[in-house]
Design a protein around this ligand. Sequence first.
Ligand code: ATP
Ligand code: MG
Length: 341
Amino acid sequence: MNTNDPIDFFDELDNEEQTDNFINKDKRRQRFPERHFKAVRAENAEFIGAQDDSRRSFNFTYQAARFEEWWLLDSLGDFYEHKWITDVLRRVKGGKEASVYQCRPGPAVDAPLVAAKVYRPRSLRNLKNDGQYRAGRTDLDEEGNAIVKAGEIHAMQKRTNYGESLRHQSWIAYEFDTLELLHEAGANVPKPYAMESNAILMGFVGDLATSAPALSSITLEPEEAGPLFERVLHNIDLMLAHGRIHGDLSAYNILYWNGDITLIDFPQVVLPESNPASWTIFLRDIVRICQYFSTQGVACDPNELAPQLWTAHGHKVVKQVDPKYLDAEDPRDRRIWEKQK
Ligand SMILES: Nc1ncnc2c1ncn2[C@@H]1O[C@H](COP(=O)(O)OP(=O)(O)OP(=O)(O)O)[C@@H](O)[C@H]1O
Ligand SMILES: [Mg+2]
């Protein structure tokens, strides 16, 4: 992509009003007094000014649009300064809440390439239904430590600007914390290297020319489908053993490379012990995995498999889930709720 229109960069935006406030400031000149635009210009100047001198030497190979370039400098500048990365080579994919970039690592990294997952600006992220995943989680700060200060907890509950920035940070910290936990446990996840306030750095799955495709976009050889299904189940089991449910597991969040799988995309991770909807969310993960593998010739029944895995870790199958934890706009959640009634 090479455009100066940030709308192309942050596509599929949900909250039109917020988006408009964030990026279409110039187009609204006639509707607002000059005083407003002075504030907007000051804000932009502050944003650009925040890039200190050392970061100005951060010139990357990837041809980013102007808005995207500011965003990358702001989000990846610390990784560059601390020599975690030396270059941004290309954008791999823009997702609903983040864009992933292929980067050249610095000397401290034991891999030829790294992936930087850069989250969208807080105001442009789709946080519509994050409550169902956050239930029972203690929020984490940018060091990955639990947020315990009453003022910070209050700000998050009141959803002040500061509180929202803490929630954004905690969402990212959960992804990094989970990668650390699962990588250490031997799960098939990218190796996590570093986290900054708006980005995480992890092992790149793929090579210089190609990033690993998601399982959803490939057809497996008949002889590899069964073993890979077992591999996915092993990872799900390992996650349960470490008190985690992926929460958005499907063939879209499993990469395939050199005959093996890598699970990605963990910010919405759910804690089975403390989330009242954990069984329902877990069942949904298993249903989606079975949906894919049954198209690949693997016989699997999620209604048998999910309770087996779940109860093996001492959890009870609790069918009743408060509707507030289900997304009314998601037909899959609606079906689950209908079944429970
Ligand atoms: N470590 C990695 N190595 C290579 N490619 C990656 C890596 N992590 C993510 N990607 C690519 O970036 C895409 C988006 O990543 P991810 O799913 O973590 O973000 P997301 O914003 O939640 O995206 P989506 O909305 O598509 O789920 C993945 O589908 C994959 O193509
Ligand atoms: Mg994803």
